[in-house]
Design a protein around this ligand. Structure first.
Ligand code: SF4
Length: 759
């Protein structure tokens, strides 16, 4: 058989160059054709990751060790390149540092030509996908055969990988069986997973025996010895290396670490993070050129009898292709710490629904793909899928090297905005509505969402009219056409009286400072102040019931909406304004209580990038999620009887004590998602917590017409869990509330409204 499929020649069509409708169509198609297989596999990997990392004594310490190794290695990269050149040459191999894909391919083609290679066998390597070496060799008539089962399936199907570790994750077993039957017409077509694997193994075995060149990637390369670590599921990398006399290893320069000692934490983490295996099936450490004899497959008796390792050749092709420039780029540098484990893809709600054929670029997929593609291919490629990262941050705790993947997506989005904006346009018509820090000519939808705090203030001032207009069909049609706001979504209804106005009108604090157990400022985030005022009032009531002196000052929006649009300068200005407003309270020893989880996450995470370190630390230390704060008050002697117990009252939980609770994704990331459960249980409620990590709404994401179906699909597991529950559904985030309302047909209750005393 000849591997006559042309790798890299097509396969699934990405969403590149498509308009809103085109993107929506493409996503609908992927949801229908690949979504189920991707969802089942990625969710399985996630469960495995939780179980496997849960068995580690100190997962966090291991991640920190891995991170510090990568930080050090990237810092010393030029020296490590020099060192590995010396050691590999001393071992008898060659090192070639390729500037870019064309340079790398030229070198590899020369090696193949000099060896008269007719067939090359390859183990899985994303870096070789990046340089498209298969196409380059095929142009010279070399038959390139992928030996990784998933890659081989894709080669036969002429498709692109949809996942960086499990490239054929989007294909079902039935689909693979059909493909084999169509391509090989076997007498006894394989059907089960085992039969399919054996079928592939036999055919690949024959192809490997006839190969002249073996190509691998490398997960890590130790500079001081030239030893490389190769991690595979099928052992095909070492077969590829030992069965052929010429080994070409293609590796990005970022794969270098100082010594073999540094492999250790990665061996522990890579399988657990990606596929949820404690240890990946095959872990090979090679110091090429390897010294085992080259087998003579024509000799059935003793294939190794006459061979020696002396005539082996080894070429380490180190690829720059933009990486050294990424190293000097403050925002993209962290991407080089990536060990390509795929945890960020598996953890991502959007990825679980559509996979890498939508959420990916030329080579890489998932959240970190934005960093890779922006650095290697350019912003235009990253811009094709970058907005599929919603900033939910579920990938952050999953990443074994602690990369702030959402921030890389935000920073790249900011660059895309600036590249696409036309500074000559002043946008004077919208100046009052969009008073941001961005250049003129920015996409209107981006600007409107990024200026949500101002829009909400206007909406509240003109509330009855604004709300009526927001409901009017013709207005929604224009909003959909011009700004891409899907008309199937309900828009927020603005309150006539804001939380701050209500608090002033009722006479300010009810508990005098002199009699209070503590003093707190309730942060009036945009949604609580202008839309969901009731949860703000409930916060004030609950805190006062526990003896807290409460203030609700007028403060600016947190900057979360502009951050979600990549409007970094605007978000930074908001951070400075919020800090200026809160600092006097923090100085006075007051706690800052935050009702909206995404705003607390912004204070604790993103403000670190915007504020001086001591300012950030002071604000982060003084700020609490409202349920975290209530929990703390109860732990410090607050009287639970002051709050609403299950059987009391006639409010939304009057029917009983059973609660279905969906914590907010960002609250889970910053470790405050469990306080509501703790408070509920302390008060005697029976709580069932959702297993779904992300509701799919993600701020403005679910409003976008091109992503409406995707957003609903991500929320589907939540509907399955809570759809027919007789429990009271509770969720703290504005986005989760909107999504649960759409999924279940009824808006959930904020946790503080469950436990706060009635008015
Ligand atoms: S960014 Fe982190 S989680 Fe994602 S593939 Fe890289 S190492 Fe794994």
């Amino acid at each position: 058989m000849s591997s006559d499929a042309e790798p890299g020649s097509g396969g699934a069509e990405a969403t590149s160059g498509l308009d809103r409708e085109g993107k929506a169509d493409r996503i609908r198609e992927l949801l229908a054709t690949e979504g189920d297989a991707v969802a089942a596999n990625t969710r399985g990997f996630n469960e495995g990751r939780y179980e496997s990392t849960g068995r580690l004594d100190d997962y966090e310490a291991l991640k920190e060790e891995a991170r510090s190794i990568k930080e050090d290695a990237i810092e010393r990269l030029p020296d490590l390149i020099d060192e590995v050149r010396e050691t590999v040459e001393a071992n008898g191999g060659t090192v070639y540092l390729a500037d870019d894909a064309a340079d790398a391919n030229r070198y590899i083609r020369e090696v193949a030509a000099e060896r008269g290679a007719e067939r090359a066998v390859k183990s899985k390597s994303m870096t070789s996908e990046e340089i498209e070496v298969n196409d380059a060799l095929a142009a010279d008539g070399v038959d390139v055969v992928e030996t990784d089962l998933g890659e081989w399936v894709l080669q036969l199907a002429d498709e692109e990988p949809s996942h960086i570790v499990a490239p054929a994750i989007h294909k079902s077993r039935e689909g693979i069986a059909e493909l084999f039957a169509e391509r090989f017409d076997p007498d006894d077509p394989p059907e089960t997973a085992e039969e399919l694997t054996m079928f592939a193994r036999e055919r690949l075995g024959e192809l490997v025996e006839d190969a002249d060149l073996g190509m691998t990637g490398a997960n890590f390369v130790a500079a001081d010895s030239g030893t490389m670590l190769l991690v595979t599921s099928e052992g095909n990398a070492r077969k590829t290396v030992t069965a052929t006399d010429t080994h070409v290893a293609v590796a990005g320069v970022e794969k270098l670490v100082p010594t073999v000692e540094e492999f250790s934490p990665f061996v522990e983490l890579i399988g657990r993070s990606g596929t949820g295996q404690d240890v990946t099936s095959y872990i090979s450490t090679l110091t090429p050129p390897v010294d085992s004899p080259v087998p003579d497959f024509d000799d059935d008796g003793e294939p190794l009898a006459d061979g020696t390792g002396d005539d082996r050749e080894f070429h380490l092709v180190l690829i720059d292709n933009g990486r050294m420039a990424m190293r000097d780029d403050e925002e993209l540098k962290e991407t080089l710490y990536c060990i390509r484990c795929s945890a960020c893809s598996n953890a991502c709600g959007n990825f679980q629904s559509v996979g890498g054929h939508a959420f990916g670029g030329e080579t890489y997929s998932g959240g970190i793909a934005t960093g890779w593609e922006a650095g290697i291919e350019g912003l235009d490629v990253a811009s094709e899928f970058n907005d599929l990262c919603t900033g939910c941050s579920r990938c952050v705790p999953a990443c074994p090297v602690g990369i702030d993947i959402p921030w890389i997506n935000t920073a790249v989005r900011d660059r895309i905005n600036r590249g696409e904006a036309d500074p000559s346009q002043l946008d004077w018509a919208f100046e009052e509505l969009v008073p941001d820090e961005e250049p003129g000519g920015l996409d209107l939808a981006t600007r409107l969402v990024g200026n949500y705090a101002t829009l909400a203030k206007w909406g509240h001032r003109t509330a009855p009219i604004a709300n009526r207009l927001a409901d009017a069909g013709p207005v929604r049609a224009v909003a959909e056409r011009v700004a891409g706001i899907d008309r199937r979504r309900d828009l927020p209804e603005f309150a006539n009286e804001s939380l701050v106005e209500w608090f002033e009108a009722r006479g300010g604090p009810a508990v005098p400072a002199a009699e209070a157990t503590r003093e707190a400022v309730v942060y009036p985030d945009t949604a609580t102040n202008y839309v969901d005022v009731e949860r703000g009032k409930a916060t004030v009531r609950a805190l006062e019931a526990l003896g807290v002196h409460v203030r609700v000052p007028a403060l600016p929006g947190s900057g979360r909406p502009p951050l979600s649009q990549g409007m970094v300068a605007t978000a930074e200005a908001a951070a400075e304004d919020v800090y200026a407003g809160l600092a006097p309270h923090v100085d006075a020893g007051r706690d800052v209580v935050v009702v909206e989880p995404s705003d607390l996450a912004t204070f604790r995470r993103e403000y670190e990038r915007f504020l001086p370190p001591d300012s950030h630390e002071r604000l982060a230390d003084a700020s609490y999620d409202v349920m975290e704060y209530v929990f703390g008050l109860l732990e410090s002697g607050g009287d639970p009887a002051a709050l609403r117990a299950p059987a009391g009252g006639t409010g939304p939980v009057a029917s009983g004590k059973r609660i279905a609770y969906h914590p907010h994704c960002q609250a889970r990331t910053i470790g405050v998602g469990e306080y509501a459960t703790a408070v509920f249980e302390r008060l005697g409620y029976d709580v069932r917590v959702s297993e779904t990590e992300c509701c799919g709404m993600a701020g403005s994401f679910g409003y976008k017409s091109e992503y409406y179906e995707l957003s609903m699909d991500v929320g589907e597991p939540l509907r399955e869990q809570f759809g027919d529950t007789d429990r009271v559904v509770v969720a703290p985030g504005t986005s989760c509330t909107e999504q649960l309302d759409a999924l279940l047909g009824a808006a959930p209750t904020h946790p503080i409204e469950v436990v706060a005393p009635r008015e």
